[in-house]
Design a protein around this ligand. Structure first.
Ligand code: SAM
Length: 245
């Protein structure tokens, strides 16, 4: 799959994606991932933050609201960046860019970088790691939320005849490469890699791995987001906290 096709897919998906982000309940974000992502980011007051694959900018706005001095959101998809710029609050700025090449950013310009469900979309996640490592100051951190490798391998529930979910069968785990899904009616390509490929990639770029988190639900969250109950059974997401030491 070449770059133009990947861009075309995100362009097609951008309208329903933006609508859902702005008007929908976004349970996997608001009910599951935002909290551990913000905990991993820590106190962002006064920080310069890069968001790789920012989409329509929701996490940039959250970081700006929490006192970040400057948030730069990058996305390959022009429609996403236009939508993000519409809600810009002042210290969050947006730019169309491929996060595998950050040559327009000086070395050590940022304190923190986030990648909120973006590395699974990249043909070359190691290029993103190398570039983010370069633009972070010493001691800076990269927080990566990604599809869990156990989900990105196959990601399909087997159901009874009555449609009840039985289990997810893990298969093709070591067969890394493209996977094709249908999201909001649009065909989308992303890339499956094993846990060891991801962790080796981070270490090869020079990062230390501070933590690996597999978000699931507390009883309190389940009461608020009953539609997320499968998260108690199968890990859908993973968060890596990485430091440039
Ligand atoms: C799953 S969405 C996540 C968006 C946002 N981070 C969020 O959590 O709502 C992935 C985003 O990555 C963008 N993307 C895909 N490949 C990219 C690339 N090579 N460089 C920059 N952005 C990319 C897509 O356009 C899309 O907006």
């Amino acid at each position: 799959m070449n770059r133009n096709n990947l861009e075309r897919e995100w362009h097609e998906l951008s309208m329903p994606w933006i609508k859902e982000a702005r008007e929908g309940r976004n349970p996997t974000r608001t009910g599951l991932l935002d909290k551990p992502m913000l905990e991993a980011c820590g106190n962002v007051e006064g920080l310069k933050i890069l968001d790789c694959g920012c989409g329509e900018g929701r996490f940039c706005r959250i970081l700006a609201d929490k006192g970040a001095e400057y948030v730069l959101g990058l996305d390959l998809c022009e429609a996403m960046i236009e939508a993000a710029a519409e809600l810009q609050s002042g210290n969050d700025v947006y730019r169309v860019a491929n996060v595998q090449d950050l040559s327009f950013i000086e070395d050590e310009a940022f304190d923190l970088a986030v990648s909120y469900l973006n590395q699974c979309d990249l043909p070359d996640f190691e290029a993103n790691n190398r570039e983010v490592f370069r633009i972070l100051r010493a001691g800076g951190r990269l927080i990566v939320a990604n599809l869990h490798p156990m989900l990105s391998a196959v990601g399909k529930w087997y159901r009874t005849d009555k449609g009840e979910k039985q289990h997810v069968i893990l298969d093709r785990y070591f067969d890394e490469g493209e996977r094709h899904w249908k999201i909001m009616g649009v065909e989308l390509t992303n890339f499956h890699r094993s846990l060891s490929t991801y962790t080796s990639g981070f270490l090869n770029a020079g990062f230390s791995i501070e933590a690996i988190t597999e978000p699931t639900l507390s009883g309190e969250q389940l009461a608020l987001y009953p539609e997320l109950r499968d998260e108690l059974r199968v890990p859908n997401f993973i968060i890596y906290t990485l430091t440039k030491t």
